[in-house]
Design a binder for this molecule. Structure first.
Ligand code: SAM
Length: 220
């Protein structure tokens, strides 16, 4: 019997650093099968859908949570919307700054600058899945935006509800420990919003991409 191959371990943040730096990267599900990963979009330029679906809904001071290489934070700056990107990846923050975005290395679950005073928070391209517990994440974002603040959140198509995943990344011959992520569909957002002290103000779709705007309910 052959002994199973034990791959060297890499931390998720270092794996994201390597992926953003151009190393081939695979997202693996619990069975070890590869899942699609939109690295090309994250490292590319803002497109028309990003503009119509997301950027035009961020009308005032915006915190781009999990900004990646900063295409959206930089896109907001181009539109003269004050924006700050935060990301746990050094490489993401470096590239975001290179693109002209304001960005800092920060975990969304740690204190952020302007805590409680942001007009808007952006959770783009699957980032509602950060940490694997959307209620916890939206509860955190509720404290980041000010009273009446908004969250622009990109969602999966209806029919998904909330799906919890335990994923790993493989990059440069090394694999991360399992980390939690969640996928949230359009049909789950009303319930999540009510649970976490928001109302759904707007829902929009452009092609196969979808987003909702949540507004913080002041009395809670
Ligand atoms: C799906 S990518 C999205 C990138 C970007 N929003 C975009 O649309 O181009 C997720 C990003 O979230 C970052 N991230 C993951 N967990 C985080 C956390 N707890 N706090 C801040 N950023 C985080 C990752 O490093 C990665 O850059």
């Amino acid at each position: 019997m052959t002994a199973p191959t034990i791959e060297p371990v890499i931390e998720p943040v270092q794996a994201m650093d390597a992926a953003f730096a151009g190393r081939a990267c695979q997202l693996l599900d619990q069975t070890g099968s590869p899942r699609p990963m939109a690295l090309r979009r994250w490292t590319g330029a803002v497109d028309a859908t990003d503009r119509t679906l997301l950027l035009e809904r961020c009308r005032a001071r915006t915190l781009d949570i999990g900004c990646g290489p900063g295409r959206l934070a930089a896109g907001l700056a181009m539109l003269e919307v004050p924006a700050l990107g935060i990301d746990v990846s050094h490489e993401a923050v470096r590239q975001a700054r290179q693109r002209g975005a304001l960005a800092i290395r920060r975990n969304v679950f740690a204190p952020v600058p302007g805590e409680g005073r942001w007009d808007c928070a952006l959770l783009a391209d699957g980032n509602i899945g950060i940490g694997g517990r959307p209620v916890r994440l939206l509860g955190r974002v509720r404290r980041i935006v000010g009273p009446g603040g908004r969250v622009v959140v990109e969602l999966d198509a209806a029919g998904t509800d909330v799906v919890h995943h335990r994923w790993r990344l493989r990059v440069a011959g090394r694999v991360t420990p399992v980390f939690d992520w969640a996928v949230v569909g359009l049909d789950a957002i009303e319930r999540l919003a009510v649970t976490t002290g928001f109302v759904v103000e707007d829902v929009a779709s452009v092609g196969d991409r979808h987003a909702a705007v949540l507004r913080q309910v002041a009395t809670r």
